[in-house]
Design a binder for this molecule. Sequence first.
Ligand code: PLP
Length: 348
Amino acid sequence: MDRHYFDANATTPPLPRVVEVVARAMADTWGNPTSTHREGQRARHLLEEARRAVAAALGLPPAELVFCASATEALHLLLRGLQPALGARPALVFPGEHSACLNPLRDWMEVRWMPADPAGCATVVQMAASNETGILYAMPPMPAVPAVRIKDAAQAWGKVPVDLADCDAAVFSGHKIGGPRGAAVLWMRPGLPWSAVMEGPQERRRRGGTEDLAAILGLAEAVADLPGRLARNAALAPLRDALEAEVLAWSGDYAAIGRGQERLPNTSALLLRGHSGENVQIALDLAGFAVSTGSACHSGATRPSHAITTLGYTEAEARSVLRVSLLPGTAPEAVAALGAALKKILRR
Ligand code: PLP
């Protein structure tokens, strides 16, 4: 059976060039970049070349980037490292944040949920785009008191341009842009009251642990494709909009969350009232289509997603959400086939 992948917000297949680069690096340049011999120095040279390439794509000085294994790790390092200096004052947080961000915040800081008064907050955390709805969010204005403004750009990167002028730190994930798993970026403006939490000489003492050079080289290769990827993602909006228009025409009970708002061009959160998003997802999987639900699975129990209920939807509505996220280059025929399969399932 043909498979059709509509879960780009969960992860993306590595680009063929990325697979080649990673495989070659694992075979040929496995030296430890911290070693002083020739093998190590060759690895160090490639690591710094990759850092320059990624920094250039982000418009940042290379020395300000810290390579991490995932955006989750980057957020933990960032928040844990800010805690000693800033943890006494609350963090202003968007309630729809990803758990990668909410978990360390709950552990290490007092959280004040937006749209609370930002006065007195030492940090503000805002995702640039929601992984579940695709809705784009701006950094909220902060009062003159110095506050560290943190942007989670994991989902926005490669799908829409990311503005870094309005923040002091940001995280990016390689596997969302056709890169390999195991490579992500933490950016911090110099001078932040941050201290290292993983001791070690690597990454200018900001993240201990031998760098995963193959994954980082793969990330740099994926970054080279970013301009084309942005264009291919932008071209998905009409396909996504047409799918939503078709689904909404089937029933007045159906909606598309965030329709009409500024959103990622590839993402649709379909609210299928009267249906279980999970059951529809399973039926689509059996029919050859990989999509996702608006629910997060914790210890085997599927809970309605806080990212949906925070927008004012009920728990029952949140359980009826199906997330469709298109990969760049998805063919119109594949979207039409998804629409036909979904129609059949909803009419059973
Ligand atoms: N932040 C957002 C908004 C995400 O969507 C994700 C992953 O889905 C993450 C953070 C975590 O990224 P990673 O898988 O690189 O840890």
